[in-house]
Structures are given as C-alpha cells and as structure tokens.
Design a protein around this ligand. Structure first.
Ligand SMILES: [Zn+2]
Ligand SMILES: [Zn+2]
Length: 257
C-alpha cells in the first residue's frame, strides 16, 4: 500500500476521467490520496472530491503564487473554519516561492505566517512549498516552534534538508527524483531517515520517467517509491510500509486504512 501525499485532483487535467484516475491509483496499490488546496475558492471543489471518494482527503490553504489574492487579517479564521471538515487533514500548501515571485514577497511571508498560526492552533500539519527561499522559510518556521509538517516536493539542497529534519519536519519526494539530473536530490534521499520521508506525485505536474512531460497521476506514486528504494538500496516494500506509516503519523486526523 502507498499514499500519494500530495496531488491536485481538482485541476482541469482531471475533470473528464477522475474515476479512472482513482482506479488506476488503486490498481497500483496507491489507496490513500491527499488532494492539496492552492486557492481558498477551490475548497468546495476539493471537499466534494473528498466526499465522493472514500480514501481521498484534502487540505486547506493558499499557494504562495496566490498569496496576494488571499492574504488578509481574516485568513487565519477562514482556514480554521474550512479545516473543520472531517476529511480536511492538513494546512497548505503554503510557503515561499522566490523563483517565480507571482505574489510579492511580503504577501507570501504574511500568508505563510498566517498558515503557520492556523496550523499550530488546530494542531494540523503544515504542507510547505519552498523554492529559492531557504533562509526566509526557516526563519518563519523558527517563529512558530510548535509547527510540524512536511516540505513537499523536496528539491532543495542537502543543507536545507538537514535544517528541515533538525526541526522535526518530514521530506516528501516527487517524480523529480527519477530525473537524470537529480543526483544531489538522490543523495538527500540516501541520508533522509526512513521515519521522516513521504512520497507524492504533485499530479498533474512532474510526471516521473518514463512519463516525463505528460500528465502525471497518483498511480505513478509507485514509480517514485521504487526510485527511493533504489537510491537507498532497500526493497520497495520497506519504502511502501514506512512512507505509509509516516503519512498517518503526521496526518493523524486521517484514519489509517
Ligand atoms: Zn508546491
Ligand atoms: Zn502542489
């Protein structure tokens, strides 16, 4: 059994065949899925997907790209209300993306702090998206020492990985680890402790080899888990068992299957 700890099932790429996509995942042993929110105005759609499929859960949050549109003094309260749903199991994705800077940095920072606040108040894990913003990301976490959660689609340096692990965070690995150029990332996979790693697809983006460039889907979680096993020199079943256990340890509001 595997968990896809981060996908976007509400995106238009899945609008015509979501039943089939969930079936494909189940056939590959990917039986629990977390569909992650990027915009609060999508929450109703995510909630509806989670209510339709037994083992699909969702999160509540605003992507750093969209921070400018949603940052407000009411954001903490909004997050807390939306997260009351029994299948809302995490806060995010949130964080800082200084690669694209689609929202001004100050809005991204304010939004990230508000998510961290909601996450701490609700005792729900935070799902962090960070790109080219290592120092500010860590500084925000240090302002909220109670925060726990995951660096999703981890693709940062070994230093950032160690800093995240030192703060008790999990690292989630996507299809990037299958790319030829990801040698440094595979080294991070090697030293990351087995009890601190998760696996994800970030579907519909980042399809792993041999599907690179096409639509990604949760069934391919298996390919990413196989690559983790190869990088660590262990068997696939060990990766499956551990990443599944880690997911339910962290996202403890979701009942294990
Ligand atoms: Zn992301
Ligand atoms: Zn995402």
């Amino acid at each position: 059994m595997l968990v896809d700890s981060h996908c976007h099932l509400n995106f238009p790429e899945f609008e015509n065949d979501l039943d089939q996509v969930i079936q494909n995942a189940n056939q590959q042993g990917v039986t629990t899925l977390l569909t992650v929110n990027t915009r609060l105005d999508q929450t109703a759609h995510l909630q509806q997907i989670a209510e339709t499929y037994d083992r699909v859960f969702f999160s509540v949050g605003v992507h750093p790209h969209d921070a400018a549109e949603f940052v407000s003094k009411d954001l903490v309260a909004s997050l807390k209300i939306l997260a009351q749903h029994p299948k809302a199991i995490g806060i995010g994705e949130t964080g800082l993306d200084y690669h694209y800077n689609n929202s001004p940095r100050q809005d991204q920072l304010d939004c990230f702090h508000q998510h961290l606040q909601a996450s701490a108040d609700l005792d729900l894990p935070i799902i962090i998206h960070t790109r080219e913003a290592d120092d500010d990301t860590l500084a925000c976490l240090d302002d909220h020492p109670k925060a726990k959660g995951v660096f999703h689609c981890f693709s940062g340096s070994a230093d950032l990985a160690r800093a995240a692990l030192d703060r008790g965070f999990y690292l989630s690995f996507s299809g990037i680890i299958t790319f030829k150029t990801a040698e440094e990332l595979r080294q991070v996979v090697q030293f990351a402790p087995m009890d601190r790693i998760l696996v994800e697809t970030d579907s519909p983006f980042l399809a792993p080899i041999p599907h690179r460039g096409k639509r990604n889907e949760p069934a391919y979680t298996r390919l990413n888990a196989e690559k983790i096993a190869e990088a660590k020199g262990i068997i696939f079943e060990d990766v499956a068992i551990n990443t599944t256990k880690n997911f339910f340890d962290l996202f403890s509001k979701a009942p294990p299957k």
